[in-house]
Design a protein around this ligand. Structure first.
Ligand code: SAH
Ligand code: SF4
Length: 347
């Protein structure tokens, strides 16, 4: 929903000044996604608005729920008939995180990632990014499931290769007159686009940063993530040094545990050395992630291998957590968002 166009429209239609505020309140605070449901508006205006504007720029194709009801995935169809996937993940005490996509597909082709293997279609507009948030806010409130408190840019796409739209969406998310999220409840994940890391530090220094590191060895990382040829570990370190000195904020290093590829003692030593090379190493936090199966040839590390790796890191005074994988069975876990048309759907 473009607010300035909406404002022109209301003025053209001789609506009183308070209308825009009413609509903003209905959408951002009361979670309406259809003008026809906003009862404070006159009926003829609701009809006109519905004809001319969309609150969310998608039609809803499917909503999948995991058996444990702790994660949901929605397939949304854009105006140009493309599929976007967006995920909702339970946090604590009836609060939820929305995992939003920033692009349809991804150009970067990381070998372990379903999005990377499905190619790139296009960037999402800020409206399409925010539409995913409005969609989940509405879903939670109409099903009385709780409150959306966190936003993570960890769906399809590389946010820093769509900075223009991602930065507009971040501004609106933290705008007290609109979504009103605190910066600290938002996280952006990147494969390591260094100029994006600098921009985030300069423009949104309280938004959380996650780095998809996955290996601290250039050779292995380049094999897994071709972007490492362009921005290698040393470039990444420099950008992160800038980020940590500018913001003094924790950085999350996402690390997928792949059997014999990223989980050996040598891999752990590389990771420890990488982290110890930082002046502000106490700000670096490793998040060990179980590999979610995709079409790739990789094998996930076993539980024991993950535990051993974590214990070794901890002995070397590295902050680590393991991330529980949610949403696997609905292919809504990280790296499983392909944006492909569901198989039972025909044109
Ligand atoms: N392009 C950005 C944002 C996507 S976030 C980035 O790569 O950071 C998606 C997260 O899921 C990233 O940390 C990514 O590395 C991770 N991921 C991708 N494929 C995965 C898989 N098969 N199993 C577990 N995590 C995966
Ligand atoms: Fe793109 Fe991130 Fe997947 Fe890599 S991990 S292909 S950067 S979405």
């Amino acid at each position: 929903m473009n607010l300035s166009e909406l404002n022109y429209f209301l003025t053209d239609n001789k609506q009183p000044n308070f209308r825009l505020k009413q609509i903003i309140n209905a959408v951002y605070k009361e979670n309406y996604i259809n003008f026809n449901d906003i009862q404070v508006l006159p009926i003829d205006l609701r009809d006109k608005l519905s004809e001319n504007f969309d609150i969310i720029p998608f039609t809803i194709d499917k909503i999948l729920k995991s058996k444990d009801t702790l994660s949901y995935k929605a397939l949304l169809i854009t105006a140009d008939n493309k599929y976007i996937e967006t995920v909702l993940i339970a946090a604590k005490n009836n609060t939820w995180s929305a995992c939003v996509s920033s692009q349809i597909g991804c150009k970067l082709g990381c070998k372990f990632c379903a999005t990377g293997n499905s190619g790139f279609t296009r960037d999402l507009s800020a409206e399409e990014i925010l539409g995913q948030v409005l969609f989940w806010k509405n879903y939670l409130s109409s099903n009385k499931l709780g409150k959306l408190t966190n936003i993570v840019y960890m769906g399809m796409g590389e946010p820093f290769l769509n900075w223009n739209n991602v930065s507009i969406s971040l501004k609106k998310l933290i705008d007290p007159g609109l979504f009103d999220f605190s910066s600290r409840s938002i996280s952006v994940s990147t494969s390591g686009i260094t100029d994006g890391i600098i921009k985030l530090a300069n423009e949104f220094d309280q938004v959380n940063l996650a780095i998809s590191l996955h290996s601290a060895n250039d050779e292995t990382r380049s094999k897994l993530m071709p972007i490492n040829h362009k921005h290698n570990l040393n470039d990444l370190k420099q950008a992160l040094d800038y980020y940590t000195s500018k913001t003094n904020r924790k950085v999350f290093l996402e690390y997928i545990m792949l059997h014999k590829l990223t989980d050996t003692t040598e891999d752990a030593d590389n990771l420890i050395n990488f982290i110890n090379s930082f002046e502000k190493k106490h700000l670096l936090h490793v998040n060990l992630i179980s590999y979610n199966t995709t079409a790739s040839k990789y094998k996930a590390s076993t539980k024991d291998e993950i535990e051993k790796f974590q214990t070794y890191l901890q002995k070397n005074k590295i902050n680590t957590t393991t991330r529980k994988s949610l949403g696997n069975e609905i292919n809504g876990a990280c790296g499983q968002l392909s944006g492909n048309k569901p198989k039972d759907k025909t044109d």
